[in-house]
Design a protein around this ligand. Structure first.
Ligand code: BTN
Length: 246
């Protein structure tokens, strides 16, 4: 990962660049990164704040030989890689909030967005987008996100080298995607759960048609959240916003 890197000062979104490169046949492991994104995108059609020079905005092209149903596992693998990289470089201990937010002391510093490029023959590429807030001060964030966002600098109290951070992220991403491909999700699932602030907690999941409250008991092999409600029923949550309620 990272043998081919495409760097831009400014772009709409590194996801768009990575999709284009993937379509043109770029090798697996290609990374697109930018100082600034003018239309950074998040999950659920949200905007991702990507100020110039303050964070790491990058997208990685993978070409795994897997069925589309397995794609979410790569997001979980990327989350574990992010946590390890952040811990190694800054010494702060982040936690993972299902499905793929990385928080430090309850505030979000990283978002991961996985997108598929597929055709009739299957997956052509998996694009993993990573947004990491590195050197922002609180006032660098939009007022609306200030209560829920943080950066590595805010949490560690010092300026963090983005270069060192990118190196560590790509190192762990390669190590863990290789591990996943060779050995499956088993060990990585245990690692993911060990960093998770969600598992074992009381949570509220807002679904399009209902809101469920209960205990998050775990994730399945496919990264599906298992939520047990007070009536004893176990619900499978594929995609939702969740809130910790205790
Ligand atoms: C989320 O909603 O939490 C996911 C945010 C993902 C943001 C990253 S920044 C690099 C890449 N390019 C984008 O436009 N989005 C992802």
């Amino acid at each position: 990962i990272g043998r081919t890197m495409v760097y831009q000062q400014s772009c709409a979104s590194t996801q768009i660049i990575a999709h284009q490169l993937a379509q043109e046949g770029t090798p697996a492991g290609t990374v697109a990164l930018a100082e600034e994104q003018t239309a950074g995108r998040g999950r659920m059609a949200r905007v991702w704040d990507s100020a110039y020079g303050k964070g790491i905005w990058m997208s990685i092209v993978l070409r795994p030989d897997v069925v589309p149903q397995k794609a979410p596992q790569f997001t979980l693998v990327a989350a574990v890689a992010m946590v390890r990289a952040i811990e190694e470089v800054t010494g702060v201990k982040p936690e993972i909030k299902w499905p793929n937010d990385i928080l430090i002391r309850g505030k979000k510093c990283t978002g991961i967005l996985t997108e598929l490029q597929s055709d009739a023959d299957g997956i052509q590429a998996l694009i993993i987008g990573i947004g990491l807030n590195v050197n922002q001060e609180l006032s660098d964030f939009d007022v609306q996100v200030q209560p829920i966002a943080t950066s590595l600098k805010m949490e560690s109290g010092k300026h963090v080298s983005r270069q060192e951070m990118v190196r560590a992220i790509l190192f762990y991403l390669e190590q863990y995607t290789d591990l996943y491909i060779e050995e499956g999700f088993g060990i990585l699932k245990v690692l993911w759960e060990s960093y998770s602030s969600t598992i074992g907690s009381k949570v509220r999941a807002r679904l399009p048609k209902e809101t469920l409250e209960g205990i998050a008991e775990g994730i399945t092999e496919d990264g599906v959240l298992q939520l047990r409600t007070a009536d004893g029923k176990l619900h499978s949550i594929y995609s939702a916003d969740i809130e910790m309620t205790s």
